[in-house]
Write a protein that binds this ligand. Structure first.
Ligand code: C5P
Length: 220
């Protein structure tokens, strides 16, 4: 069989949301099924890549041939990702929480008769993708995702520059027929001197097409 450009390469992929605990029964999290990251992991393993998948809490089976590491919070995801390096390619497909509660309450927060509002202080989480992209030793390509409700190209190109990425895969969210929880997705990929539109299709098919682009960018 023909060998693929990704054959034998080590791909590190993050997927799913992170859950940031407020107390023993509540958390702050992002809407993310993990399906896009899992589809990329499955497709890459199918092409003969050595795939490590760092996954937040999701309801999905582990794709065959993929090494999966389960985490819950952004801090745990960062630790697992950094420990899994070096890799040839990093794909940050996780919907990492941007903020986490300053403190996790040891006991369930109780509502009281006189408290009509509750303030939870949130602090920024580390930007895992930017941190990985700054470690240039072994990485040949660093890919990020951008889920945006508006000004998709502007924000996607902003991330390319700010986080020093090689490729950003942007989705418009908040429209029907794609994005969160859906089995289908459309995307536009942006790199320094180009872009490519991927019309709506299954996440599995989109994953195959994105890996073909990743293989091309690797050789560029
Ligand atoms: O800046 P924004 O969160 O929109 O960027 C999205 C990209 O950055 C995704 O690839 C996501 O996995 C990654 N990210 C990260 N760590 C964070 C926030 C986002 O790796 N704390």
């Amino acid at each position: 069989p023909e060998t693929h450009a990704l054959q034998g390469l080590r791909l590190l992929i993050s997927a799913g949301p992170t859950y940031e605990d407020i107390d023993p029964v509540r958390y702050v999290g992002n809407r993310s099924s993990g399906k896009m990251g899992y589809a990329l992991a499955a497709a890459a393993a199918g092409l003969g890549a050595q795939v490590v998948l760092v996954s937040g809490p999701v309801q999905l089976p582990t794709p065959s041939g993929v090494q999966r590491i389960d985490v819950r919070s952004a801090a745990q995801m960062r630790e697992a990702v950094l420990n899994a390096l070096p890799a040839d390619i990093y794909i940050g497909a996780a919907a990492v929480s941007d903020y986490t509660p300053r403190q996790v309450a040891a006991q369930k927060l109780k509502k009281t008769a006189d408290s009509q509002s509750l303030v939870i202080e949130l602090v920024r989480t580390p930007d895992i993708l930017a941190e990985v992209a700054a470690q240039t030793q072994s990485l040949k390509l660093v890919v990020g995702f951008a889920a945006e409700t508006h000004d998709v190209e502007k924000y996607a190109r902003g991330k390319l520059v700010d986080k020093r990425l090689d490729l950003v895969i942007a989705n418009q969210v908040g429209i029907s027929g794609g994005g969160f929880e859906s089995d289908n997705n459309a995307a536009t990929a942006f790199w320094q001197d180009g872009e490519q539109v991927f019309p709506a299709t299954s996440k599995r098919e989109l994953a195959e097409q994105l890996l073909a682009l990743i293989a091309r960018r690797l050789q560029a």
